[in-house]
Design a protein around this ligand. Structure first.
Ligand SMILES: [Zn+2]
Length: 455
């Protein structure tokens, strides 16, 4: 099972959803019918008026207007960000998209709720005063079911496999990935990002030949990622330079999400859009690295140091500080918050670039947002509860629960289930990334990002 919510941890099948537009179309056809009934007309119009006012208040001004945007109403790229300013908020309120189930987050929250009722001290070095029965056997069984469901949904079915696997697909997708990289850089130019960062990406951080696609059909393959290149001695890494490794499962997961928007009709177009959406996320990490590289003092420019960003005189992390956690004030605090910022920005920027490249109108862009991020509303709520519960323990950092909690669930009587539960619990270590995925950078926040990148 995948452990990155943003890439492919989930696999919710949502066949039909009652979107705002559907609702509006229904409303207007009812209006027409009522209008033909003569006498009662004015009274009914009054009722309709009241009903519309009610809807208006319910949905908020933005979402109400959005439901009327016509298909052909393309936004100019400049107006896009500000006009979409509140998309995320609407989704949060409506939460009409089927929600992602993340067993490790549910498990951590259940454990913390239980522990906080026992007078637990918050010391994770001592054995946790919690057992299988406290977590609930039925609940643990359910986590295993979620895992299986997830795997099944992320296995590419035979009738779609030709788009992902085989020589032709390999060539085609590799071409698409490189084209997406180019389009991302063009978008940066459009946003007036300082040329020094774009040059740094071209020359150092990610030239196109460092993009790799691995065509295998495995829900549990490695993760799509950008990571430091390994130098010729095969031992040291250069953290200023990245390679992008892309796996079909992560494209397929985004295919499933984008399909629900109904924007891309042909399967080939859908696969291409999904692959690009994924690359735009990864390219944001490339951009973050380029920014760090250009802000390293000369005497601190040591490529083999993993946390090179700590030496940079400026980073982009602060742009997203509103999503930061306290993490018990411990040693990992800055690093965890950087992960939150990195992932939050990657999701928010990926959405912006996708909307720009496909010239999506506001309604379409909003639909992508809803299907990609609206499914994280419940997760966001659970993470927030975890944050609050954790903050009552000084120096306690919730991602440190990964190993102690794995030890607890590995006492499950069935050994193979015990092993799987332990695996789920250990994914709690990725908690900072989940916080980032669950809080994608909002369009208004992105203005701060572009501003920082212009200097
Ligand atoms: Zn990422």
């Amino acid at each position: 099972m995948r452990n990155t919510v943003g890439s492919s941890n989930e696999s919710i099948g949502l066949e039909k959803e009652s979107g705002q537009n559907d609702t509006f179309v229904q409303d207007s056809s009812q209006l027409k019918e009522i209008g033909n009934k003569g006498k009662k007309r004015s009274f009914l119009l009054l009722l309709i008026g009241l009903f519309l006012v009610f809807l208006f208040l319910q949905r908020g001004i933005n979402s109400f207007n959005k439901s009327r945007v016509s298909e052909g109403n393309k936004l100019t790229k400049e107006s896009f960000v500000s006009q979409n300013g509140s998309i995320g908020n609407n989704i949060e309120e409506k939460a009409e998209v089927e929600q992602v189930k993340v067993p490790e987050v549910d498990m951590l929250l259940s454990a913390l709720v239980y522990l906080s009722g026992t007078g637990w001290s918050g010391n994770i070095r001592e054995e946790l005063p919690i057992g299988i029965d406290n977590l609930g056997k039925g609940r643990l069984e359910e986590y295993l079911r979620w895992e299986e469901e997830g795997d099944a949904k992320l296995l590419i079915p035979n009738n779609e496999i030709g788009y992902f696997l085989g020589e032709r697909a390999q060539q085609n997708i590799t071409r698409v990935l490189k084209e997406a990289r180019r389009q991302f850089l063009d978008y940066l130019l459009e946003k007036q990002v300082n040329k020094i960062y774009i040059d740094e990406i071209e020359r150092e951080v990610l030239p196109p030949e460092r993009i790799f696609y691995y065509s295998k059909n495995d829900p549990n393959s490695d993760f799509t990622r950008t990571e430091a290149v390994i130098l010729e001695d095969k031992l040291t890494k250069d953290y200023r330079k990245l390679a992008m490794h892309v796996y079909p499962v992560d494209i397929y997961n985004r295919v499933r999400i984008l399909k629900r928007t109904g924007i891309w009709q042909e399967q080939e177009e859908l696969v291409e859009a999904a692959a690009k959406f994924l690359v735009f996320h990864e390219m944001t990490h490339v951009l973050q690295q380029a920014y760090v590289n250009k802000h390293l003092p000369a005497d601190k420019n040591k490529p083999s140091i993993k946390s090179l960003w700590r030496w940079a005189d400026k980073t982009l992390v602060g742009v997203s500080s509103k999503h930061f956690w306290d993490w018990g004030g411990g040693a990992m605090k800055d690093s965890n918050n950087k992960t939150i910022a990195d992932e939050s920005q990657a999701e928010g920027v990926a959405w912006l670039v996708l909307a720009s490249v496909y010239n999506l109108n506001e309604q379409q862009a909003s639909s992508v947002w809803k299907h990609a991020y609206g499914r994280l509303t419940k997760l966001r709520g659970q993470l927030e509860e975890i944050r609050k519960l954790s903050s009552s323990y000084p120096r306690f950092s919730p991602e440190d629960m990964a190993e102690p909690l794995a030890k607890v669930v590995e006492k499950y009587p069935d050994p193979s289930k015990a092993r799987k539960l332990g695996m789920i619990a250990r994914r709690i270590i990725s908690l900072p990334a989940y916080v980032g995925y669950a809080n994608p950078m909002q369009p208004e926040e992105s203005n701060l990002l572009w501003r920082a990148l212009r200097d």
